[in-house]
Design a protein around this ligand. Structure first.
Ligand SMILES: O=C(O)CC1=NCN=C1
Ligand SMILES: [Zn+2]
Length: 410
């Protein structure tokens, strides 16, 4: 006897399960089945498709004629961090840009100070608030980066908090070491980068990926190459914060280093975008960051997809350059500013996001984890269209209903 059936599904969104990420034209393919059901046993999908009387279950969850999809996948966050940087808003109002704030010892370095001071429990409690909100917004797979410790003790502290989050919540996580995130005050780039590179052996027990911030005033392409090569030698798949602000050629470096993802890419070169199609690298675009930094130029998602590249989306949730944990909002910005289609957007926050962090998530094939969201929306186009609110109505993790949006007590 099966456990649970999700009934009364108006439309069931079924991203395609493939060995690699969806690329180019494939990104606009999205299987949607009307008048559907999902059957679950032991937290796994038994069947997801057109209604049939073939299955019996002990319980049902009523989708109430709403739409249903796999739970969303969040492939790029800095969820573990201390403090906040709302005070920087006044600097931004005065036109002080992100890299100048960092150069003046603010920005990332401000968060480093607050993260180093914060205890393990303070970091865990703070990140738990955001993890709860992400789950309530339909996300059940989350990547989490270090990079606010900038020394052995605090980088390990961040990674251990990230692991504790995964134990505490019914989410699948991927953990990324981002030791080379900024250069501590008074330190020299090369010697600090060597210190972070020397940590790679130890962080291997806590981290799935190694990441670096390749940017003017942070780490150069050559320094990044050296670090990525060292990380790969130690068995890490690598990621890179690339071409976020200045066009340093980070995307080309990512592809050269067989990075699992290249993230940001607002200033990616035409050459890099062309190479994306034949690479194993997923472009993780972060349009919320572009919006938050007040920039007008967004990453060229259209150019990347139309040239056969694989694109995914993420919030980049962090206290200084994208302070939102609402991935649905990013879906809307992707529609409005990246000119992505609804089908591309849904694939970008499910299967392609899962491939960007090597997670078997984002689909509802038999045997897949029964991570499912019932959305209070008439169709799949509605969510990128109606922005700034939470459309998640019921969230089901491994077959268990863990969130149901409350109504009003009138
Ligand atoms: O500013 C931050 O805290 C996060 C960030 N790292 C690289 N770009 C943004
Ligand atoms: Zn980031």
């Amino acid at each position: 006897m099966n456990d649970v059936m999700i009934t009364n599904i108006k439309s069931l969104i079924l991203p395609k399960k493939t060995d690699g990420p969806l690329k180019g034209k494939e990104m606009d393919e999205l299987n949607i089945v009307d008048d559907a059901i999902v059957v679950i046993k032991d937290g796994k999908i038994v069947y997801a498709g057109a209604k049939t009387d073939e299955y019996e279950t002990k319980e049902t969850i009523d989708a109430e004629g709403k739409i249903v999809s796999p739970a969303l996948v969040e492939p790029h966050t800095h969820i573990v961090h201390g403090g906040s940087r709302e005070h920087e808003m006044s600097l931004k109002r005065q036109g002080v840009d992100y890299l100048t704030i960092l150069e003046q010892g603010g920005g990332i370095l401000n968060t480093v100070e607050q993260t180093q001071k914060a205890s393990f429990d303070e970091l865990l409690n703070k990140a738990s608030v955001n993890m709860t909100r992400m789950i309530q917004h339909g996300v059940l797979t989350v990547e989490s980066k270090s990079g606010y410790g900038l020394d052995r003790e605090n980088e390990l502290k961040q990674l251990k908090v990230s692991k504790a989050l995964e134990d505490k919540f019914p989410v699948l996580m991927r953990h990324t070491f981002l030791g080379p995130h900024a250069i501590p005050k008074g330190r020299e780039a090369e010697e600090f980068l060597q210190e972070m590179t020397d940590l790679l052996d130890e962080v291997k027990d806590y981290a799935d990926f190694a990441d670096i911030f390749t940017e003017t005033g942070v780490f150069s392409v050559d320094q990044s190459r050296k670090y990525m090569e060292a990380a790969r030698e130690k068995g890490f798949r690598v990621k890179i914060h690339a071409d976020e602000i200045d066009p340093l050629g980070g995307l080309e470096l990512a592809i050269e280093q067989d990075a699992i993802s290249a993230d940001h890419l607002v200033a990616a070169s035409e050459e890099g975008k062309k190479q994306l199609a034949d690479s194993n690298t997923v472009a993780v675009l972060l349009p919320g960051t572009t919006f938050y930094l007040g920039k007008n130029e967004f990453a060229d998602a259209r150019g990347m997809i139309d040239q056969g590249g694989a694109v995914s989306l993420a919030t980049d949730y962090n206290p200084g350059s994208c302070v939102t944990d609402n991935l649905q909002m990013i879906m809307a910005i992707a529609a409005l500013k990246l000119k992505m289609t609804p089908n591309e957007i849904w694939n970008a926050v499910t299967v392609n996001a899962a491939h960007a962090i090597d997670a078997d998530r984002g689909t509802l094939e038999p045997g897949d984890a029964a991570n499912i969201v019932v959305w209070d929306a008439p169709n799949h186009e509605y969510i990128p269209y109606h922005y700034g609110v939470n459309h998640a109505y019921k969230v089901i993790a491994d077959g268990k209903l863990i969130f149901e949006r409350p109504g009003l007590n009138l």
